[in-house]
Design a protein. Sequence first.
Length: 675
Amino acid sequence: MKLESSLAKEAAVLAQKLCELERLEHPVWVFDLDNARILWSNESSLNVWQADSKEELLSRELGADMSVSVSKRLKQYKTDFSRDKTARFTEVWTLYPNGEPVTLNVVFSAYWLSSERLCMFCEGVTEKTAGAETLRSSEALLHTSVHISLYSSAGAPLYRNPASRSSVANANSRLQEHFVNPEILRQLDDPSVDEIQAITSVNTVNGVVWHDITARRCLDVVSGEAAWLISEVDVSKLKATEEHAQFLAEHDTLTKLPNRNYVSIYFQKQIDEVLTEGKSGGLIFIDLDNFKNVNDSLGHDAGDQLLVEVADRLRSLAVSQYSIARLGGDEFLLMINPIESEQHFESIMQNIINVVSVPITLQGREVQVTPSIGVALFPNNGTQILELMRHADLAMYHAKETGKNDFAYFSKELSDAAESKMNLVSELRLALKNNEFETYFQPRVEVSSNLIVGAEALVRWNHPTKGQIPPGGFIAACEESGLISDLGKVVFKDAIIAQRVWAEQGHDIRISVNLSSLQFNEENLVQDLLDIVREHRGNTKKIELEITESVLLGHDRCTIDKLHQLVACGFEIAIDDFGTGYSNLAYLHRYPISCLKIDRSFIHSMDSASPIIDLIVAMAKLFDLYVVAEGVETTEQLDMLNNIYCQEYQGFLFHKPTDFNSFTRLLSQHDIMAA
């Protein structure tokens, strides 16, 4: 009642002051910004507001059904009027008295009551000539969350829609104050630039945020002078998610240390910088002795706790010339650059041995692990990170073989191991010639129905003297020697034939085949695969090509073109071991990918890896991809997959990889079981 009485008094005072405006033909009213009510209006306003009388109009509580965007806009007016009492704004507004739209061109200005309370003086002109499109575009500009701004070529603001106005502290802030990146400002000043599209940081009332902007050169419709029309969308959350994904891609989730992918990119840069300065450095490869015993006796949780402790101890040694990473398992990598002296370098390794060897209490038991350390020096032992890692790894194994808890340098003698690799390559060439490779198939099973819906083609080497050798024993040698292309075509041909035969038997399932990143270096990759399909009467729509994230590193144009060509031919593309490489949100919509395969390491540790799995699932949903879980071995893992967005799984829980004939029988038996 007190508020009603106060408003009535204010209205009476206003009526006396503004009585000379009563006879104006266009509607005029005073709006109370604090209480969202009209305090005074002339007679013409009654028609606009569809009110029976002034008393009835002044009694309306207009804030009751006010939209969020209108409420925000009114708060902006109040802020601007408080800063500049002479400010005036002209906008097209659509009112909804009694639910019917009435469109006005309204001029807003400040009106101060005797109580020093700020109100708004509103003068309206009915928009009789505006078409439906004009009215709707005006409403869209008012309510959209997209920031729309018009600036003069000199950077002065000419127009801001409410979303844009809400992002700046001062309505008069110039274009030059908006962008953080000077490169954007340089482009805006460049007369040869007519359009700019970028994701860039901008200054707002909430601090620096990320906006996806489009700026187009245009003419101001009022003055006819050159101007910039800029639209902006806040992508800060997406940017943060992408940065988080980037962190996960380049860091070990357990220890938060950089991972192997980070090493391959950034350690190489550091090596190049040291060599450019004419200095030297060292790569230190650390493997924990008897770590497996901890996992076997105390469990993987205790093993993880130990790894975190070792990571923290290695961090405690770090100074400016140290770089530390965890390569996986119980393997760590340190890079020292530059080396101050031989004595200092060896003291570092002794410190590593000392701090790592300190006992740790796990589950109430005192446990001690020791490090075996291998060292490769650059440039003496190489200049490329992968080469240096290989040499340091060889030296580490030498330290382990000669007693553990010690360090060893890479030497010429250790390179003898390379000779055995050469022998292996020779055997592989002979194996290809003698058809010693056999393609096995592992079922891919639908999570919801547990029915076989596909298979992954996996290669085995039937060695004449050593028996069957799994791919881990020869794939790396094939890639290093260039034999991977010939081997890949063998497996691809077997997969095409198997798919066709099973389809003829009534089992029209999809077969996935792995493609090595090195195969994308082949100019005729696409044509070679199509020739195999045609020769063996295959169906590309039933073949899925699995690639690793390393294929997408560098965004090579040739690789991108090949992927699009393959999809155009009917193939589908899946990313194998997803989450272990260069997990970047951007490429999921940049490349023609249809499937993500969650790496088995995440499935085996689903509790600790759940943040990564959740991120993979979220990305898959966002980009409409289907998800396959690899390495499912327990019913508990399968139960967890039932609760997330995962369509298929494969692993020993259902069936191990098997040869063509056995898989054919499995398909028939599984049909009977399903029936």
